[in-house]
Ligand binder design. Structure first.
Ligand SMILES: *Cc1c(COP(=O)(O)O)cnc(C)c1O
Length: 366
């Protein structure tokens, strides 16, 4: 067997006719930016998240950057987040000239340990960026309680959590702003680059809308220093087609995760814990192993592709090392050495999961 980490081809076959038809109409009309599909997708995705507004942008990185600017992050400010994440959570904090303050993660879920947030708040703290990593939401109730008490805006990095739910609320809808990436391999992925900021705050939506389009409110009147950070019509059209199927795809991911977890129960590999409070959408199915690198080689030799999300925490990255000083995050560092992502995509077959789990069971774990 040869099982990829992610397979996008099968999904494309299932929507190919709709996609090609929609793109062909866009080409006929040659309205390529900020047109009918972008407006409709913004409405539809905001409704999906349960927010009043959605503003399409060029990527998840743009979404975080513009949302942080919109909540007023300035040079010299501190923004609290985690180091166990993709680099794009942190780059936008640095673009704003702010300093990331890394909170430790909970070893069970690999998510921000909310109990450690309040002790790290200073008079420079300007925002908190929880990351709903792997498809599971951070403990938002206690986090919002702390943030509200200190008057701090929360900007959710929901780039891996399209459709995840925490106590009845969708990812992206709880903080002041929710930021999504539609990078092609995400649960909702474009066929190019795209992102979105969702919010219930009209002022935030207006500011992000201005910032994404050269700071314009009115054409050729540049009110603020903006960016070229727009979503395009082709990506919006593709994403509309895919959004209609997202819940079904997420349900399949959850089903596969349940099957993995059932088969791995009692074995030497430990799946990341699924919290009872949050409906996980399994962007990634992640396990831990003390012999991770040997296990990875073992699986690779048996045709099972795996990934590591992520092998080097942000505070240990070459680009960050000089700024990091003496930052020490023992749980984050230990986690990076043990995690392994198994194949996960909606079209994964039960016999593939069975085979992967057989390979895992045959590995000499001790
Ligand atoms: C994918 C991702 C991003 C950035 O998204 P891009 O669209 O690639 O810019 C940000 N944060 C996390 C956690 C991600 O997984």
């Amino acid at each position: 067997m040869n099982i990829p980490l992610v397979d996008l081809k099968a999904q494309y076959q299932s929507i190919k006719d709709d996609v090609l038809d929609s793109i062909s109409r866009i080409f006929d009309g040659m309205h390529l930016l900020l047109g009918e599909h972008t407006q409709a997708f913004e409405r539809e995705f905001a409704a999906f998240c349960g927010t009043r507004f959605g503003v399409g942008v060029g990527s998840g990185t743009d979404a975080l950057h513009l949302a942080l600017r919109a909540v007023g992050v300035q040079p010299g400010d501190e923004v609290m987040t985690v180091s166990h994440t993709f680099i794009a959570t942190v780059e936008p904090i640095l673009y704003c000239g702010a300093t990331p303050i890394f909170v430790e993660i909970d070893p069970a879920t690999a998510l921000m340990d909310v109990a450690q947030v309040e002790a790290r708040i200073t008079n420079k703290t300007r925002a908190i960026v929880p990351v709903h990593l792997y498809g599971q939401m951070v403990e938002m109730a206690p986090l919002m309680e702390i943030a509200d008490r200190h008057g701090l805006p929360v900007v959710e990095d929901a780039s891996q959590a399209h459709g995840a739910v925490y106590r009845g609320q969708r990812a992206g809808s709880i903080g002041r702003g929710g930021c999504f990436s539609f990078y092609f391999s995400k649960n909702l992925g474009a066929y190019g680059e795209a992102g979105m900021v969702v919010t219930n705050d009209e002022a935030i939506a207006t500011r992000v809308r201005m910032l994404r389009n050269h700071g314009q409110e009115v054409r050729y009147t540049h009110t603020v220093l903006g960016y070229n950070a727009r979503i395009d019509e082709i990506q919006s059209a593709v994403l509309r087609i895919k959004l209609a199927r997202l819940e079904a795809w997420n349900a399949l991911r959850r089903q596969h995760a349940t099957e993995y977890t059932r088969r791995l129960a009692g074995s030497a590999v430990i799946p990341i814990t699924e919290s009872a409070e949050a409906a996980h959408v399994y962007h990634l199915y992640v396990i831990r192993s003390a012999r991770r690198d040997a296990l990875r080689t073992w699986l690779d030799a048996r045709g099972v592709a795996t990934g590591i999300h992520y092998p080097i925490p942000v505070h240990r990255q070459p680009m960050y090392r000089e700024r990091a000083g003496d930052v020490s995050l023992p749980v984050t560092e230990w986690m990076a050495g043990e995690i392994l992502s198994l194949p996960m995509f909606p079209e994964l077959q039960p016999e593939q999961i069975a085979y992967i789990c057989e390979c895992l069971a045959a590995f000499p774990h001790a």
